[in-house]
Design a protein around this ligand. Structure first.
Ligand code: SF4
Length: 253
């Protein structure tokens, strides 16, 4: 089966455990204001590649990727769920660790769609779930999408699958970098036991040039980049929310 691929990074260090072979799929239905990959948005701009071609290429790098595996990122891989499932099925048959980097967009409990997600989960070792905002209204404003899809996907992963889950969250001044939102995020994810890690990522503005090249307006003009220290601070607030949830305390916000 073929999919549309934007690009491949053969030595990814931040896209899952160990060194990773990262396939950036083309196509994304969201329009996050801080997106640093606007060049991945259009499905048809991707290059058609089959799962077998990708796995044959992976084998060239396998000796270096011993503690890693393959990660599908994007764009949004779930836009091509059948392709991802096919690729991960074949990868696992070759003992390759599989990781899906996603926002959970397009998740649905509608029977036919849910069936596809179940099949994908069976061949996915790790899901890195990007929760872009914990407030539905601001989520819509920040991404153009629906928070419910992300949270329902998380609930499905936690209750109906054996996938490990890492949560990712980008802190952006005026959007996500607020105590009540960070705490609410922690309180939400604190109900799930199979979350193995939380990555808090500071917003950066390194994509500005890409927008210019594509003739697109950069939505967060003049937005200051966030620091590692601010990410550490945000993390402590998220952890306070998790702690309260785990201890059965009332939410503070
Ligand atoms: S989900 Fe990722 S690729 Fe899609 S718009 Fe958001 S940041 Fe960009």
């Amino acid at each position: 089966m073929y999919g549309y691929v934007h690009s491949i990074e053969t030595m990814g260090t931040v896209d899952g455990p160990g060194l990773r072979y990262v396939v950036f799929t083309a196509g994304c239905p969201l329009r996050c204001k801080y997106c640093h990959n606007p060049d991945t948005w259009q499905l048809e701009n991707g290059k058609k590649m089959t799962s077998d071609e990708i796995l044959a290429d992976f084998e060239k790098y396998r000796p270096y990727l011993r503690n890693g595996g393959i990660t599908l990122s994007g764009g949004e891989p779930l836009l091509q769920i059948d392709f991802v499932t096919d690729l991960f099925t074949k990868a696992q048959q070759k003992d390759i660790h599989t990781c899906l980097d996603t926002s959970g967009v397009t998740f649905s409990k509608e029977a036919a769609r849910l069936d596809k997600f179940k099949k994908l989960a069976e061949v996915t070792n790790l899901v890195m779930l990007d929760i872009k905002h914990i407030n539905a209204e601001v989520y819509k404003e920040l991404t153009g999408g629906k928070l419910t899809e992300t949270l329902e996907f998380l609930d499905f992963l936690a209750k109906e699958t054996d996938c490990d889950i890492w949560i990712r969250h980008v802190i952006v001044k005026g959007y996500t970098y607020k105590t009540e939102y960070l705490y609410q995020l922690g309180y939400c994810i604190g109900q799930y036991k199979n979350i193995k890690a939380i990555d808090v990522l500071p917003y950066h503005d390194m994509a500005v040039n890409k927008y210019e090249e594509l003739g697109l307006d950069y939505p967060l003009k003049d937005m200051p980049a966030m620091t590692k220290e601010q990410a550490v601070k945000a993390r402590t607030v998220i952890e306070a929310g998790i702690r309260d949830r785990v201890l059965g305390n009332q939410a503070r916000y």
